[in-house]
Design a protein around this ligand. Sequence first.
Ligand SMILES: Nc1ncnc2c1ncn2[C@@H]1O[C@H](COP(=O)(O)OP(=O)(O)OP(=O)(O)O)[C@@H](O)[C@H]1O
Ligand SMILES: [Mg+2]
Length: 234
Amino acid sequence: METIRAVSLTKTYGQGELAVTALSDVSITVDSGEVAALLGPSGSGKSTLLTALGLISLPDSGSLWLEGRQVLRDGRPVGDLAKVRRERIGFVFQKSNLIPFLTARENVSLALEINDRKGREVQARVEALLRYLDLGERMDHTPDELSGGQQQRVAIARALATSPAMILADEPTAALDSVRGRNVMELLRRVAREQRTAVVVVTHDHRTLDVFDTIHEMADGRFVEPSVDAASAS
Ligand SMILES: Nc1ncnc2c1ncn2[C@@H]1O[C@H](COP(=O)(O)OP(=O)(O)OP(=O)(O)O)[C@@H](O)[C@H]1O
Ligand SMILES: [Mg+2]
């Protein structure tokens, strides 16, 4: 099933001589259970595309469907985008961005409370998620008591809390060594397969490309022919 379909997204930052075209006629679809990589040099538009797909920063034009429902028509929102973003999309960033004075359990719970879900059912879900991500022994630790890889796994648990249709991750392994980086990538793939989530990951790490089903490469705001393909990556 197609989770996200983006057609002809364009975005320009600034005006006149300072204008930078960050997205130029970019189209992409990602299915449920699919793990897609987004490659390309610095400034090629990867984060801009990710924030457009995530309805964080809207493109100037283009259309977007999430789970078959149109959310953007010619660059204009259709319906309550903040609600769609909160309920159907999970984000993971380069740094885990956990709230430092809350425990792992509280950080994940917060994501559910924001969606008005409270009570014992929430606690059970949070504990199950943390155990699923192998953090059963770390639930009551604050971020400074966790390793970088553990913090990133809490961030993934937080992104998964609402059972989103799609997870968008911007260089989630950049702050990790290669072993922990690979663990996080493999975890994202497991999540995609088991939860039927569409996952899009911006990465510079060519050593983990074998984890991905599809590889998209950007240059100057456009998709280009990938210099590597998923099947032959190792
Ligand atoms: N808020 C902004 N205002 C002006 N220009 C911006 C803004 N955000 C991004 N840009 C420009 O848009 C282009 C694409 O930026 P983007 O952040 O999407 O690149 P990226 O591929 O994610 O790069 P990196 O690998 O360095 O993170 C760049 O030329 C960048 O300078
Ligand atoms: Mg970026």
